[in-house]
Ligand binder design. Structure first.
Ligand SMILES: C[S@@+](CC[C@H](N)C(=O)[O-])C[C@H]1O[C@@H](n2cnc3c(N)ncnc32)[C@H](O)[C@@H]1O
Length: 199
């Protein structure tokens, strides 16, 4: 599924997402874990930030100058209303050129929507956008097979792709990032989060 189609589907549930996730603790412990590895706390980026800006709140509280990016216009509009002083980019991460380097980048349950062939170039982009010793936190489908699956969420059909964890680790290494943590955090669900750090 093209990112534009994913965006249209998230537009339809953006309001619901904001109400549902504004105070959600989902992924927050994992974000705090990633923050611990980041000595420098200048700029941080939330890729696929959604409409609640819940990760942005934590990043700001931890001392980062947080920015948010999302392909869904509705998600970004709603996030801006809650966080008027934050810089947001309404963009597809596949086409977006990072304007600066970041000490921390989080992509929680967002890059798993990319078309399969965009996984590697986007991972490279995120690794390249890190400052030295910058930290990357992202989620992906587990196992070691690459592929795409479909699923329905809140009445919308979505697609989820993964390269498999070994391939993600190879890409990270190729782009000077070392894996610090890999966990099946919702086992037996096939959901993995990875924390990596740029050398
Ligand atoms: C499952 S939601 C997660 C939102 C947020 N990370 C959270 O956990 O509350 C996925 C988000 O990723 C965004 N997204 C999906 N594909 C994207 C892309 N190619 N570029 C930027 N954002 C994308 C969607 O619009 C949506 O807001």
């Amino acid at each position: 599924m093209l990112p534009e189609e994913t965006a249209a589907r998230y537009d339809r549930i953006a309001q619901w997402w904001q109400i549902q996730h504004q105070n959600s603790q989902y992924g927050i412990a994992q974000l705090r874990h990633a923050v611990k590895f980041s000595d420098k706390k200048d700029f941080a980026l939330d890729v696929g930030c959604g409409s609640s800006g819940r990760f942005i709140s934590i990043l700001s509280e931890c001392g980062f100058r947080a920015e948010g990016l999302d392909v869904s216009e509705k998600m970004i509009d709603l996030a801006k209303q809650l966080h008027p002083n934050i810089t947001f980019y309404q963009a597809n991460i596949c086409d977006w050129n990072p304007p600066k380097f970041y000490n921390l980048i989080v992509a929680w349950d967002s890059t798993f929507h990319l078309p399969l062939e965009m996984q590697e170039p986007v991972m490279k982009k995120l690794c390249d956008a890190l400052e030295p010793e910058g930290v990357l936190l992202f989620t992906c489908g587990g196992g070691n097979r690459s592929g795409t699956i479909s699923g329905t969420f809140q009445g919308q059909d979505f697609e989820y792709s993964t390269l498999g964890t070994n391939a993600f680790l190879e890409i990270l290494n190729k782009h000077e990032c070392n894996c610090l943590h890999l966990e099946y955090d919702q086992y037996p669900e096939n959901h993995v989060y990875i924390i990596a750090q740029k050398v």
